[in-house]
Ligand binder design. Structure first.
Ligand SMILES: *Cc1c(COP(=O)(O)O)cnc(C)c1O
Length: 386
């Protein structure tokens, strides 16, 4: 059977042995990057706020439409630093439906995570559930814009203002996302981006902390450099969170192609939606109103009752056909050994998150994914022999 199909697919020019991963990093032409390498080799400034770091910082602010940003070595250090900069302690309300680093950043600061359930429509933290989790120890809310879909920032801010809480957004997925023309990164007290290789915009590894407060920007710059304000003044227990010149140089080149990449991914997402529209038991998210998305993930929800197979069976089927979809985010953060003992990690507290984690599957999406690749993937989901 499989062999017969391989032969038919080969005749059509489709090679089933080609592996398709959930994402594939975008890179500029090597010759362009070599020019920067040559210059760095000549002037021997490798890190510590060099000229490419300064230029990247400015161009990044311009591109994103934000006032200040501090590039950092990676998104996880960005989150850890953001919590330090705001002196967050005690308990922080967050979502269990995210990459593990969101909660690890709290743990590394000695903060107790308090898990809040998610909305079934947006898969983001459900603002309706936040207030019931607030205690005298609560100091902040740490929501995530999951898959780059904006969290309900207005409702979250209203709760934060009422209870005197800070809001830090894990915006690792939200590069370039805008609502009504305004960057989503301008919400809350601080937002943290990731420029990891798997993200829509990469600097190999990297990230940035976004703020519209100049003094806070300086404080973050001190903290990411061990706490040094000048040669002899160390303002606090900082860390080494600096972005180096190689990352910044790559970032400068990546900024030139990111809009085109997002545009290509948008066309891919639209084609997926068209191909998956009539499959019973498979759901996907639509674009949000007045939102500029970045289309860096294509999550689907598989309901066994409607579809006939469960999520793990679909994951295996795709894998057997060399398509490496990913179960982002499964297991939930609240189900991992480090956090499952917390009272807020109980199933009773997180019914929506637990149900979504069993159904979610992220299909491959990246700028160079072809329609033919998508046909290969969606035909498998449609139980079609190609
Ligand atoms: C990727 C990611 C991070 C961590 O970023 P790194 O740059 O890899 O350290 C944090 N939160 C979320 C939601 C992520 O997807």
């Amino acid at each position: 059977m499989a062999m017969a199909r391989d032969i038919i697919m080969r005749k059509k020019g489709i090679d089933t042995s080609d592996k398709i991963f959930v994402t594939s990093p975008s890179l500029p032409p090597l010759t362009e990057f070599n020019k920067y390498l040559k210059d760095i080799w000549q002037n021997k400034k490798l890190t510590n706020n060099g000229k490419y770091h300064q230029e990247f910082e400015q161009k990044l602010c311009d591109y994103l439409g934000v006032k200040y940003c501090s590039p950092v070595a990676n998104g996880t250090l960005g989150l850890i630093l953001a919590l330090q900069a705001l002196r967050i302690t005690g308990e922080v309300i967050t979502t269990p439906f995210s990459f593990i680093a969101t909660t690890h950043a709290l743990h590394w600061n000695g903060i107790t995570p308090v898990f809040c359930d998610i909305s079934p429509e947006t898969l983001n933290i459900n603002p309706e559930n936040i207030e019931a989790l607030i205690t005298p120890k609560t100091t902040a809310i740490l929501p995530v814009h999951v898959y780059g879909n904006p969290a309900d920032v207005d409702k979250i801010q209203k709760i934060a203002d009422t209870y005197g809480l800070k809001v830090i957004y894990d915006a690792a997925h939200a590069f370039g996302v805008k609502v009504n023309g305004d960057s989503i990164l301008n919400s809350g007290d601080l937002s943290v981006l990731s420029f990891h290789a798997t993200k829509v915009f990469n600097t190999f590894e990297g990230g940035a902390i976004i703020t519209n407060n100049e003094k806070m920007k300086h404080r973050i710059d001190f903290l990411k450099n061990f706490g040094f304000a000048d040669e002899v003044t160390i303002v606090g227990p900082g860390i080494n969170g600096k972005m180096n010149e190689f990352q910044a140089a790559l970032g400068l080149l990546q900024l030139k192609s990111v809009d085109e990449n997002i545009h290509k991914s948008k066309i891919i997402a639209e084609y997926y939606r068209q191909r998956l529209a009539d499959i019973p038991g498979i759901k996907f998210l639509k674009d949000f109103a007045n939102t500029r998305h970045n289309y860096s993930y294509f999550p689907i929800l598989i309901d066994k009752a409607g579809y006939g197979k469960d999520r793990d069976e679909v994951y295996e089927l795709l894998k057997q056909n060399n398509i490496y979809a990913r179960r982002y985010f499964y297991p939930l953060i609240s189900q991992t050994p480090t956090y499952r003992g917390l009272p807020s990690a109980s199933s009773y507290n997180l019914p929506v998150a637990e149900s979504v984690a069993k159904q979610i599957l992220c299909l491959p999406i990246y700028p160079d994914l072809t329609f033919r690749d998508i046909d290969r993937i969606t035909n498998l989901l449609n139980n079609k022999e190609i």
